[in-house]
Structure formats: structure tokens, C-alpha cells
Design a protein around this ligand. Structure first.
Ligand code: HSE
Length: 308
């Protein structure tokens, strides 16, 4: 492929926080929220990487080409024919890190969208499906990245074509009555660690209940919120990860015992509850986590990554 022509103007993008799994939809369901990390990048005439990060995780993330946003941007440039000599990047992070709210997916999608937008005819050369696949290669599962790219609720899946995983996703319009309450703890949990806790096999009866609930979840999210409680019950992963997040598991169990559609957000440790209650009940619900959790009401974002 010919070396790309780069645009001179700065490009700015916002990418939403996301939740994955939503109970039984392990590595498949995603949901985007109105909480955004914002990224800006501009091509430099001189060589090198000029990077600045502020906000959530600013003290921890590298200011080198090991930075996830930069890695994704470089991967995008490589896909489009080659990197520029130099680039300046700014990240304003709002999504908390390591809480199961998709901060990595936001950085990955952000970097790829920046690369695509900084290259003349980048959008012709990299379709959304191609971008999703580059993101999936980096993240290892397509659930968060699909929701971060497309917004709303998404169902993502992977085929294997000639020995290579190919990711796809569909967008589901979320019933406007559905509201989200997040219970965010102050301590993180690494997804990598949570993935090592999963079993090799599960009982057939669990697989059966999980697959019916995951199928039901598409109806519950789009037109039948009254089914959310049943549809968010998981049999695949949450119980196996309990030891890594006992307080989150206890809160989820308490909320479900009260009939609330609660589940672990992604690999945790945030707990999410989907509900259709009014403002007063919402405020009450936000207190259910006590001192260990910040109860935060989140909007569902109908759009994913958006150029500003
Ligand atoms: N589906 C992934 C997991 C989501 O649960 O491991 C990680 O955010």
C-alpha cells in the first residue's frame, strides 16, 4: 500500500465508557454510557511522540509508545500504509481504570479512530468493521470495543476464517425506559487476572440457562425491560470470579435478592443495575452500595466514538 497522506489539522474524538457481558452475554454483549474520554492528535513535521495525559489514571499510564492510545493509533497507521514522522497526542481521561467500565476499549477505539481520521481517505480505507477487527486483535474480545465504536447496546461475536478470528457486531436500540446505576468501588481488578479464574468447562444445565437468558436479553434490552431481571442472570463467569471481588459479589447478590437486575460490569469489580424506576427511587438505589461503592447514575449513549 502507498504511504498515506496525512491531514495537518488536529483531530478530536470522544469515546464512551462501556460495560460488557451484562450478565449472561460473556464476551458478547456491550453497553455504552454517557461518560467519555477525549483524545486529540495532530501530525507533527518534526519526528517523535509528544504526549500528555490528564485525569483518571494519569499518574499510571506510560508517556511512550507503550501507551495504549498510542499503540492503537500506530496500529491504525500501519494498517493504512505507514506511520507519520511525528505526532502529538492529548488524552483527557474520565473513565476510571480497572473497574470494568471499558477504559482500555475507549483508548483502543480512540487511537484507531484518530489514525483513520488523520489520514486522507482514511475512512475509505478502514471500514468500521475493519476498525472493529483491529480493536478486537488488541483487546482479545470484541464486547467493549463494539459498544465503544457503535454506541447503545451491541452484540458482538467472532467467526474463525482461515484460522483467524473475525469480529462482527450488531447494534441494538435500547428501550428508552431503561436506566443504569453503577456502583463503582475504589479498588481496581485487572481483567487479565479475572480471565484466569474462569473454568475450562461448565455444567450442561448452566450452559442451557445461560443461553436462554442471553437470548432473552436482546428482548429485555430493546422492548421488554420487565424481563431484565431474569435476562441478566449469569451462569458462565460471575460466580467463578467471586473471590477476586467479594464485596461486589455480595452487593450484586443483595440487589438481586431485592428483585433488581444487577450484575458485574465486564470483568468487574463495578456492579451495574438496570432499572426503570423514577428519580426518587434512583437516588435511594444509589445508596445501596454503602461506603465501599460510589453509586453513579449513567446515561446510555446511543452513539459510540464521535469526532468533535
Ligand atoms: N468479557 C470480558 C470479561 C470483559 O468478562 O473478561 C472485560 O471487560
Amino acid at each position: 500500500m502507498a504511504k498515506p497522506t496525512f491531514k495537518a489539522n488536529p483531530i478530536q474524538v470522544q469515546v464512551p465508557a462501556t460495560s460488557a457481558n451484562l450478565g449472561p452475554g460473556f464476551d458478547s454483549f456491550g453497553l455504552a454510557f454517557g461518560m467519555y474520554d477525549r483524545y486529540v492528535a495532530q501530525i507533527l513535521d518534526e519526528g517523535g511522540l509528544d504526549i500528555d495525559v490528564t485525569g483518571e489514571g494519569a499518574d499510571e499510564v506510560p508517556r511512550t509508545d507503550k501507551n495504549l492510545l498510542v499503540k492503537a493509533m500506530y496500529k491504525g497507521f500501519d494498517f493504512l500504509g505507514g506511520k507519520p514522522k511525528g505526532v502529538a497526542v492529548r488524552a483527557l481521561n474520565v473513565i476510571p481504570h480497572g473497574r470494568g467500565l471499558g477504559s482500555s476499549a475507549s483508548a483502543i477505539i480512540g487511537g484507531l479512530v484518530l489514525a483513520r481520521s488523520l489520514v486522507l481517505t482514511g475512512t475509505d480505507k478502514m471500514s468500521d468493521e475493519a476498525l472493529l477487527n483491529l480493536a478486537n486483535e488488541m483487546e482479545g474480545h470484541p464486547d467493549n470495543v463494539a459498544a465503544a465504536l457503535y454506541g447503545g447496546a451491541t452484540v458482538a461475536w467472532q467467526d474463525v476464517v482461515k484460522g483467524k478470528a473475525v469480529a462482527h457486531a450488531v447494534h441494538l436500540p435500547v428501550d428508552p425506559r431503561i436506566k443504569v446505576m453503577a456502583f463503582i468501588p475504589s479498588t481496581p481488578l485487572a481483567t487479565k487476572k479475572a480471565r484466569t479464574m474462569l473454568p475450562e468447562t461448565i455444567p450442561f444445565a448452566d450452559a442451557l440457562r445461560n443461553s436462554s437468558n442471553a437470548a432473552l436479553l436482546t428482548q429485555a434490552l430493546t422492548i421488554r425491560p420487565d424481563l431484565l431481571f431474569t435476562a441478566t442472570e449469569d451462569f458462565l463467569h460471575q460466580s467463578y470470579r467471586q473471590e477476586a471481588m467479594p464485596a461486589s459479589f455480595a452487593l450484586m447478590t443483595k440487589l438481586r435478592a431485592a428483585g433488581i437486575a444487577a450484575f458485574i460490569s465486564g470483568a468487574g469489580p463495578t456492579v451495574l443495575a438496570l432499572h426503570t424506576e423514577g428519580d426518587e427511587e434512583s437516588i435511594q438505589l444509589s445508596r445501596a452500595g454503602g461506603a465501599k461503592f460510589e453509586g453513579k447514575s449513567l446515561e446510555i449513549a446511543s452513539r459510540g466514538a464521535t469526532l468533535l
